[in-house]
Design a protein around this ligand. Structure first.
Ligand code: FAD
Length: 319
């Protein structure tokens, strides 16, 4: 809804994604960081759902506190693999009772060690099934976001590193089905070649997909993490990015600074093409995401109030 409002007013908006930390201290730190970050007024913040529901309780708890204590419009990710429908409904009923109205509806990846996804009996086969289920059971209560893949889903990217035209197109046809079934918004997989994203948006529009398509931006923070992520997602990397990173790969500070500059340039190009939303994969870190937004003039660190009315002592997050 906030994205639609901003669109109508022609404003640029941004959102922050977080994941559930492994330790209690990590959770406390995350809330501290989130509390500071939401003072920059993101349109929403989202929290991921551990693969196969491994963080279900923690994700539900964090989502509740984001919505009701941090007081930010919250979107919870929800995957539907390896989960009976009752568990999915339990998650949806819980967030509904907590006033959360936004869900990123996902299929999820196969469990660790398996490379093909197997549907469990009575469970859902794909994100489309989850979108349909949510609309059938919960009507218009939820704003539904789905994932989009500018380079096609990694499962259809072959050893050449590029999906065939046929696979790319069938991914788009399927994406349109998710939107037609009731999705309101698309957030994309990370990418580092802005032209690929812009072409994807164009291809979606040609297919008749009209909802906002929000680019997922992951600032490059450290070289090893970056390499792991692009390997996992099979992301294409522009030659100039590789050339710039190679000589500085052992200098963490230089990589982080380069990541901010590169991310800023990507976003500038995206915004210059009339796109008005940016989704930042923060990896639970604030500095790079905020530096990019500051470079773009979308936030002003000198103008935020440190004592906004909703700010609370951190210990109440542990109720
Ligand atoms: P789907 O939309 O179901 O599609 C998966 C693939 O199968 C696509 O290639 C699609 O074209 C194909 N396909 C499926 N059904 C059909 C059909 N009927 N006909 C034709 N083609 C079909 N994972 C987590 O575990 N937790 C998270 O919190 C999480 N957050 C994510 C956030 C974003 C923005 C993105 C991009 C991914 C996220 N993932 C997360 C990863 C995601 O779960 C995996 O990429 C998963 O493999 C696919 O999920 P999906 O919802 O895109 O699947």
């Amino acid at each position: 809804e906030k994205i639609r409002e901003a669109e109508a007013e022609n404003r640029t908006v941004f959102s922050f994604e977080f994941f559930p930390p492994k330790t209690d201290d990590g959770v406390d730190n995350l809330f501290d960081r989130m509390d500071r970050m939401v003072q920059h007024n993101p349109s929403f913040c989202d929290i991921t759902w551990g693969a196969g529901g491994t963080t279900a309780d923690l994700t539900l708890d964090i989502a509740n506190k984001m919505q009701n204590m941090i007081c930010v419009e919250t979107m919870m990710h929800l995957t539907c693999t390896n989960m009976p429908v009752e568990k999915i409904d339990h998650a949806l009923d819980t967030i509904k009772a907590n006033g959360i109205q936004n869900v990123l509806a996902l299929r999820g990846d196969p469990p660790h060690g398996q490379d093909k996804f197997v549907q469990i009996e009575g469970g859902f086969a794909c994100a489309l099934d989850l979108v349909k289920h949510m609309r059938a059971k919960y009507g218009d209560y939820f704003g539904i976001t789905v994932a989009g893949y500018p380079e096609a889903h990694p499962e259809v990217i072959d050893s050449s590193g590029i999906a065939s035209l046929e696979a790319y197109q069938s991914d788009l046809v399927y994406l349109k089905k998710k939107v037609d079934a009731g999705a309101d918004l698309i957030v994309t997989q990370l990418f580092y070649d802005t032209d690929i994203f812009l072409k994807f948006v164009n291809d979606c529009r040609q297919m008749g997909i009209t909802c906002p398509i929000v680019p997922g931006i992951m600032p490059i923070g450290n070289y090893k993490g970056f390499m792991r992520m692009i390997g996992f997602c099979k992301t294409r990397i522009p030659a100039e990015l590789t050339a710039a990173l190679e000589p500085i790969k052992d200098n963490e500070e230089a990589v982080r600074k380069f990541g901010i500059d590169f991310g800023t340039e990507m976003c500038k190009k995206i915004l210059a093409h009339g796109i008005k939303q940016l989704h930042l994969y923060t990896l639970n870190m604030d500095k790079s995401a905020l530096a990019i937004l500051q470079n773009l003039g979308l936030i002003d660190d000198t103008k935020i109030s440190r004592t906004l009315p909703w700010r609370r002592p951190t210990n109440i997050y542990r109720v």
